[in-house]
Design a protein around this ligand. Structure first.
Ligand code: SF4
Length: 342
């Protein structure tokens, strides 16, 4: 597997090594001792924005606010917003006339957008701007006559939203290298490659290479559409994994980027588990392990990480070290109409 790191992450490794040189390294087999916290971890700018859109809509327009699909794939976040007055729906039939509707961070198809507009809902679009960027690119190239090969996971709402930007079946979904041989575009002169934003960086690179090998003329983005947050969290796991005996990822089972983190740690040879909350941690996982690596997917709130730390302390961990890592400063603006004083 290609486990290459971005240059920013390579800088972070040096800092981590310096930091660790000053830390006592626990001896394996002596029981749970220390926790190494991945950096960056948890909420990304797109998730922050999506949650803020629902919270502001609730404050400004009152409950209920309807949200199409889980606003982000996290049980805690969804339950918290439900308690505040959000109602999560899949079918627009379940939204009453005149209601306020928020599209989730994963984005929606053109058909859903048009139907929601036709029904006259007040709409706030919490689609992550990095997903919208892919939608805009697809719409633009489609007008120019392009067909698309999309690398992504079938059934994931982001993939459904991106594939649904065109209505003529001109986006061919590939989930793995084997799929690349199976697709049958109508023409090959105008083909473009797009990807889901939350894929494994290494797997996507391998599938992209297979696409380019079969269709050398394919128009590929300079960088894959995989977002900065997914890339940074995977880079952090590559730095963290060799230093620990076990990796715990905080994330919900539906979260694509969280699943990729646990999968990556396993590929790097480290036992890894994904948990939705601290209650899911099992004592036997930590038998014979002394150093625990801890991270969180882009949709998992820090409060859950804190609860996992408390539980690990109860199981014997005595120290928590923070890995050096990239500082994320990116912030996306809110849609118009959600200023609280407007
Ligand atoms: S994981 Fe990436 S694409 Fe998804 S919401 Fe966060 S920044 Fe946007």
């Amino acid at each position: 597997m290609n486990s290459s790191l971005s240059s920013a992450a390579l800088g972070a490794i040096t800092e981590v090594m310096q930091e660790n040189a000053m830390t006592d390294v626990a001896v394996p087999g002596q029981g749970l001792d220390s926790i190494l916290l991945a950096e960056p971890r948890g909420f990304c700018a797109g998730v922050d924005r999506a949650i803020e859109i629902v919270e502001r809509a609730l404050q400004k327009f009152g409950r209920p606010i309807y949200v199409r699909h889980e606003i982000v794939h996290n049980t805690y976040v969804v339950n918290d917003l439900k308690a505040k007055g959000a109602i999560f729906i899949e079918a627009l039939d379940d939204v009453p006339v005149g209601a306020t509707l928020v599209f989730s961070a994963h984005g929606v198809s053109r058909a859903i957008q048009l139907e929601a507009q036709a029904r006259g809902f007040q709409i706030f679009d919490a689609t992550c701007p990095l997903v919208s960027k892919v939608h805009v690119e697809v719409a633009k190239l489609h007008k120019e006559g392009f067909e698309f090969i999309m690398i992504g996971h079938k059934g994931h709402p982001e993939v459904e939203g991106t594939v649904g930007q065109v209505d003529d079946g001109s986006i061919h979904l590939v989930e793995d290298v084997a799929d690349v041989a199976r697709i049958a575009p109508k023409q090959t002169a105008k083909l473009a490659l797009v990807t889901q934003t939350t894929l494994s960086v290494d797997d996507a690179a391998e599938i992209s290479a297979a696409v380019i090998a079969r269709f050398p003329q394919v128009r590929a983005p300079k960088q894959q559409d995989i977002c900065y947050a997914t890339q940074n969290r995977q880079d952090a796991i590559k730095i963290l994994s060799p230093q620990v005996d076990i990796v715990i990822v905080v994330g919900s089972p539906t979260s694509s980027n969280s699943n990729r983190l646990a999968e990556l740690a396993r590929k790097l040879g480290v036992t890894s588990y994904m948990v939705d909350s601290a209650d899911e941690l099992k004592t036997e996982w930590f038998e014979g392990k002394s150093r625990v690596g801890l991270t969180a997917g882009a949709s998992a709130p820090e409060i859950l990480v804190r609860q996992v730390i408390d539980r690990l302390r109860a199981l014997g961990a005595v120290s928590v070290q923070k890995m050096a890592g990239i500082e994320e400063t990116i912030k996306f603006p809110l849609p118009k109409g959600l200023k609280l004083d407007a």
